[in-house]
Design a protein around this ligand. Structure first.
Ligand code: G6P
Length: 608
């Protein structure tokens, strides 16, 4: 989704801003722009399309100055045109604004401002902010921004320039994350740390309601009443290399391939093999708290929601606590009848998904204790949750989530083990699970060796317009995830279904043209899944089976079989999902799709 980068310091701002925008590309966007204080006023360069086009435009029409702000826009209000791209100006071109989030009362504000004589140039909600600031008489830019924001309903991460105070950037946050980068004699503002870590690892995460003022001499943070606020300077642990392709053609393939290490990293220091337990100090739950949990509600979106479905089976089996898994966007607007003793778990790679954050807040209001399972350290969900588990999977750049999914399952398994051991799970059973968990990184490494086979299958089906994915039990969410990966990056219509439920509808779609991917590892439901595959075969469907090494030969039944190593049933999704990630990847590449930047999608969905 939209990205912000701003710079103030001794260097020429434009190249720094353009590089920052490149680092933000992964969030998903459709237009981009920069605004620079040139000494003769604010100059804007912006375009629809990619950052590379903007960089070419800036190199044709250079703009110099050492203070500037920049933005990648993911269209909500108004088409992704040059006109609607940020930064936006006031009537006189004296105030420039970049904005993430949504001004919900934009229409009313626009009408009121037009009545006062303001002329609007774009269809965006953001432009109202520039005119509101123009309209405020305050003595300093920060005073004008604070006064302007009094009129605004909605969410914002905001960076503002004013021609009358050329050595200043004013930043504001409500509902949309922004951080400051603290360099050596230079300062940055960004929507996420990846845009600044090339220059500094020291960041200050702004809190809700914070206003920050950046000058070449330093920065300070105030609240709405202009009272100074002290915020800690955090250290970003991610390496710059982790943000590069490292020789891979795409981030998605890099991230799929990293999974042996990323799953290991999620487990590191937490698995206690001889005790048959998991050490999860960050949960902030006492043994009594764990024993007292009556019910769990998991809140998430997208791939994280699929991980939540797997987590339900894991936690119910290991900890014997009933679990509901909710789409965060639906949960937040429902009546919440949480009974005492309900633990809410927000799962989010980015830690910034607006619906997940709001669902988590609704759960708190409903009386739940809330923990987060999050990848991005310092993100809003991580900071607002009362405890949690970091994935430690490193930055995930590819829009289609892969390594976060397997790490989320590993984290949920650690949680199930931890809760189970404080309830009725015996030490011996705990040891068994811990041992199976410890094997996962090696199993994932073995599955990755199927890559060539998967590529051949991809070549055969890359032109198919539809796909059906089937699975049962803990591998039903894997079917959902396989279908999601395919549609996200290849734009092929794909559906995931519980294998037996297929008879209640999707079976009508099956003919010789329909590839059907069936997740069928050896488990208690294997025979049932075989029957479901027979049903597909009888109707001419072309079956691709993900099955377990040592299972009988399925060649009479299926057209292709991909054999993965056996894992404990509840952990098997970590293994079975990998061929599906690879299949989606190779099909998308063969179809010439932009794998890491699929159309219309965003990595971090910060609007509801
Ligand atoms: C977007 C991303 C998905 C992700 C979902 C939830 O749709 O494209 O890959 O699964 O958001 O994101 P989160 O950061 O909360 O896990």
């Amino acid at each position: 989704m939209c990205g912000i980068i701003g710079y103030i310091g001794p260097r020429d701002a434009a190249p720094i801003l353009l590089e920052g925008l490149r680092r933000l590309e992964y969030r998903g966007y459709d237009s981009a722009g920069i605004a620079i204080q040139t000494g003769r006023g604010i100059v804007i360069r912006k375009l629809g399309g990619r950052v590379e086009r903007l960089a070419a435009h800036v190199s044709n029409m250079p703009v110099h100055g050492s203070t500037g702000i920049a933005h990648t826009r993911w269209a909500t209000h108004g088409a992704p045109t040059e006109r609607n791209a940020h930064p936006h100006l006031d009537c006189r071109g004296l105030v420039a604004v970049v904005h993430n989030g949504i001004v919900e009362n934009a229409e009313a504000l626009r009408t009121a401002l037009q009545r006062k004589g303001h002329a609007f140039y774009t269809e965006t909600d953001t432009e109202t902010l520039a005119h509101l600031i123009e309209d405020e008489p305050g003595e300093t830019l920060e005073a004008r921004v604070i006064a302007a924001l009094e009129h605004v309903e909605g969410t914002y991460g905001l960076a503002v320039l004013s021609a009358s105070e050329p050595d200043k950037i004013v930043v504001a946050r409500r509902g949309s994350p922004v951080l400051l980068g603290v360099g050596d004699g230079e300062y940055f503002v960004a929507s996420d740390a990846s845009a600044v870590i090339e220059h500094t690892r020291s960041v200050v995460y702004l809190n809700e309601g914070d206003i920050a003022v950046l000058t070449p001499e330093g920065y300070h943070i105030v609240d709405r009443e202009s009272r100074v606020q002290h915020r800690v300077v955090d250290d970003v642990a991610w390496d710059l290399e982790e943000l590069g392709l490292g020789g891979y053609p795409h981030f998605m393939l890099k991230e799929i391939s990293e999974q042996p290490e990323t799953v290991r990293s999620t487990l590191r220091g937490r698995l206690l093999l001889s005790e048959g337990d998991a050490r999860l100090n960050g949960l902030n739950l006492t043994p009594e708290d764990c024993a007292d949990i009556k019910r769990i509600v998991i809140l998430a979106c997208g791939t994280s929601w699929h991980a939540g479905l797997v987590g339900r089976d894991i936690i119910e089996e290991l900890a014997r606590i009933p679990v509901n898994v909710e789409y965060a966007s639906e949960y937040r607007y429902r009546t919440h009848l949480e009974m005492p003793g309900t633990l809410a778990i927000a799962i989010s790679q980015s830690g910034e998904t607006a619906d997940t954050l709001e669902a988590m807040r609704a759960a708190v209001t409903a009386g739940c204790r809330v923990i987060g399972i999050v990848n991005v350290v310092g993100s809003t969900i991580a900071r607002e949750a009362q405890g949690g588990i970091y994935l430690h999977a490193g930055p995930e750049i590819g829009v289609a989530s892969t390594k976060a999914f397997t790490s989320q399952i590993a984290a949920l398994a650690l949680l199930g083990l931890h809760l189970g051991r404080r309830r009725s799970l015996s030490q011996a059973a705990g040891q068994g699970i811990a041992r199976r968990l410890a094997q996962l990184p090696d199993l994932v490494r073995c599955v990755l060796a199927l890559d060539e086979q998967v590529r051949d299958i991809a070549a055969e089906y890359a032109d198919s317009p539809n796909f059906l994915y089937l699975g049962r039990g803990v591998n039903f969410p894997v079917a959902l995830e396989g279908a999601l990966k395919l549609k996200e990056i290849s734009y092929i219509h794909a559906e995931g279904y519980p294998a037996a439920e297929m008879k209640h509808g999707p079976i009508a779609l099956i003919n010789e043209d329909m590839p059907v991917v069936c997740v069928a590892p050896k488990d208690a439901l294997y025979q049932k899944v075989l029957t479901n595959m027979q049903e597909v075969k009888a109707r001419g469907g072309r079956l691709i089976a993900i099955t377990t090494e040592g299972n009988g030969d399925l060649s009479g039944l299926v057209r292709h079989q991909l054999r993965v190593p056996a894992a404990a049933t509840i952990l098997s999704p970590v293994v079975t999902v990998i061929p599906l990630q690879l299949l989606a990847y190779h099909i998308a590449v063969l179809r010439g799709c932009d794998v890491d930047r699929p159309r219309n999608l965003a990595k971090s969905v910060t609007v509801e």
